[in-house]
Design a protein around this ligand. Structure first.
Ligand SMILES: NC(=O)C1=CN([C@@H]2O[C@H](COP(=O)(O)OP(=O)(O)OC[C@H]3O[C@@H](n4cnc5c(N)ncnc54)[C@H](O)[C@@H]3O)[C@@H](O)[C@H]2O)C=CC1
Ligand SMILES: O=C(O)C1=N[C@H](C(=O)O)C[C@H](O)C1
Length: 245
């Protein structure tokens, strides 16, 4: 496949390595200094976007307007999700997105949903999510932590909303839920991505944790998603790619 990388930072470089290993061609790279334009996409099969929360929406709009199947790994755009979903449908586009493309985290998401259902009657336990990432990360909380929170909210009626004191977006602190699910966002040098979900009572604590040792799992998942989306129409997530629904 002929791939354009939108964003050529830590993830773009890892994706390039894996895409070449799997026999694909990188035919273009868009960056902050050389943003997406018609010349860059003249002969491509798919775009893979790991850029920034500030640029991803205009990148998605550009790619949809040119009918290019896209894999979106960039996080920090959950507020715009509904608008993008409608746009994909209205333009008959093809887009696969995920807050986390690694197989391990997608299994962890399933475990989280099952645990949330199991914990429903045991209201003495209070849930909490903690995420740790490298200090260059632009968004807080992580997209993965938000997906975990949504998995709990959809499967356990004790929670209707989440809150993250470290979030730069004040609106996320205004919740009608008197006891929203807390997400703690910690930044430490060089941490690739660690997510821990804890249910605590005065008696004991139950925890499940996912720790990425490197970025290979995210990048491999994104390339597999690019191979999968090529001849499809609609908006999908990694759950669809891995058939974990
Ligand atoms: N879904 C997943 O599995 C994963 C998602 N991510 C997300 O991917 C994104 C990128 O992460 P990193 O590679 O670590 O960041 P990075 O900071 O290393 O790289 C960002 C890249 O985006 C480029 N960029 C900035 N403005 C642009 C524009 N207008 N058009 C095109 N490119 C532009 C920069 O030049 C840079 O090359 C973040 O949102 C991060 O949260 C990261 C790892 C896994
Ligand atoms: O910025 C990162 O590095 C990561 N971002 C994703 C997220 O926000 O969840 C996925 C992974 O944890 C690494």
């Amino acid at each position: 496949m002929k791939i354009i990388l939108v964003g050529y930072g830590k993830m773009g470089k890892e994706i390039e390595r894996i895409a070449l290993e799997r026999g694909h061609e990188i035919v273009g790279k868009a960056t902050a200094h050389s943003p997406l334009c018609d010349e860059l996409i003249s002969d491509i099969d798919v775009a893979i976007d790991f850029s920034t929360p500030d640029s991803v929406i205009s990148n998605i709009n550009f790619l949809l307007s040119r009918n290019i199947p896209s894999v979106i790994g960039t996080t920090g755009w959950h507020d715009a999700y509904k608008a993008i979903e409608n746009k994909v449908k209205n333009t008959n586009g093809a887009l696969v997105h995920a807050s986390n493309f690694s197989v391990g985290v997608n299994l962890f998401f399933k475990l989280n949903e099952q645990l949330a259902r199991l914990m429903q009657p045991y209201t003495d336990y209070k849930a909490e999510i903690s995420e740790i990432h490298h200090t260059e990360k632009k968004d807080a909380p992580s997209g993965t932590a938000i997906t975990l929170a949504k998995g709990i909210i959809e499967n356990n009626t004790t929670y209707t909303d989440w809150i993250c004191p470290q979030s730069e977006k004040l609106s996320q602190r205004e919740s009608n839920d008197p006891h929203p699910l807390p997400i703690e966002a910690i930044r430490k040098a060089d941490v690739k991505g660690t997510h821990t979900l804890t249910y605590s009572s005065t008696i004991d604590t139950i925890s499940i944790k996912h720790e990425a040792h490197n970025r290979k799992g995210f990048a491999l998942g994104a390339v597999i998603a690019a191979e999968w989306i090529k001849n499809k129409k609609g908006i999908f997530t990694m759950k669809d790619v891995l058939d974990l629904s």
